[in-house]
Design a protein around this ligand. Structure first.
Ligand code: PMV
Length: 308
């Protein structure tokens, strides 16, 4: 059988917001995550020189390099690969940009070396790429970048898609970048110093996710907003909030949001806020002179091949 491989290929994957449960998901608690309509596109070419090239440079510690090296190794592909990364997802602010770039890089390399996107292989490859940024990634970011939609993710059980009544969410970017690995370490330190309290926090978080699912069913935005604030208080307690996050949350609440919380690793980065559709414009206006605001669509499409 002649296998059809490509000289060039492209694919794209979405960014994400964690609606509830970041950090605690690292400890095998459930989290609710949704793909957003900001995407990373990666173009790839078969290349005359061996190894992985990003544009014309070899970047050893780049998530895409690691992800594509994994694909080359597992598929036994002999040539090199050159990548071009075009991402609309702001980096290092909690929207899953490195996972989307890793997934799209691995998928384009899979198209070149196998002639198709091997999703299982792409998932493993992207997780290798993520380890550079996350140290101990739960896998939530790479999973949602591949699957798209919205769902409950649990480390030991994987992804379970769900329908939610929310179509859009307001994201406020504090503009302060930070490293996910450092934030994950901060929570680990808290858990080691406060073992009993951390156990309580984890079980509170698990209960909270059940309450969130009930509130989704009854479309109770007010309750969802309150649950966001409870989730935020748990994240604050484990040390991953920041002055900018608290300020952005206060501005959103003062302007009429039902609730708000950090999303992703925290320490800066983005917050999400929940409000009635007719209030969103007012909230955006009152915040946009201080922070960047994006109104994004939720449940976006996952990994897909693109034309090149
Ligand atoms: O900030 P991000 O996009 O890297 O999201 C990190 C999510 C964490 O739960 C904090 C870590 C993880 O691996 O799940």
């Amino acid at each position: 059988m002649v296998s059809l491989t490509f000289e060039k290929a492209a694919s794209s994957a979405p960014g994400k917001v964690i609606l509830f449960g970041e950090h605690f998901v690292v400890y095998d608690k459930p989290a609710i995550v949704s793909a957003i309509n900001l995407r990373a596109r990666v173009e790839a070419w078969r290349y005359g020189r061996s190894g992985v090239w990003i544009e014309y440079r070899m970047l050893v510690d780049h998530p895409s390099t690691k992800a594509v090296e994994y694909i080359l190794e597992k598929t036994g592909f002999m040539s090199g690969i050159r990548l071009k990364i075009l991402s609309k997802i702001p980096a290092s602010v909690g929207l899953g940009s490195s996972a989307s770039v890793s997934v799209a890089s691995a998928a384009s390399a899979s198209l070149i070396s196998l002639g198709r996107i091997d999703r299982e292989l792409v998932e493993k490859a992207a997780l290798e790429g993520e380890k550079i940024v996350h140290i101990n990634p739960s896998g939530i970011d790479t999973t949602i970048a591949i699957c798209g939609g919205t769902g409950i993710y649990r480390r030991s059980r994987g992804f379970n898609p769900i329908d939610i009544p929310l179509k859009k969410i307001l994201i406020i970017d504090t503009g302060k970048t930070r490293r996910t690995g450092e934030m994950v370490n901060r929570v680990r330190e808290f858990s080691e110093k406060n073992k009993d309290r951390f156990r309580e926090i984890l079980s509170r978080e698990e209960e909270l996710i059940n309450d969130v699912l009930d509130a989704f069913k009854s479309l109770d935005l007010e309750k969802l907003g309150k649950l966001m604030l409870v989730n935020q208080s748990l994240l604050r307690e484990v040390g991953v909030s920041s002055l900018e996050i608290e300020e952005a949350i206060k501005l959103a609440l003062d302007a009429g949001a039902y609730g708000a919380k950090l999303t992703g690793a925290g320490g800066g980065g983005c917050i999400i806020c929940l409000a009635d559709e007719d209030k969103i414009e007012k909230i955006s206006k009152s915040i946009s002179n201080k922070f960047k605001v994006y109104l994004t669509e939720l449940s976006a499409e996952g990994l897909r091949e693109e034309k090149i």
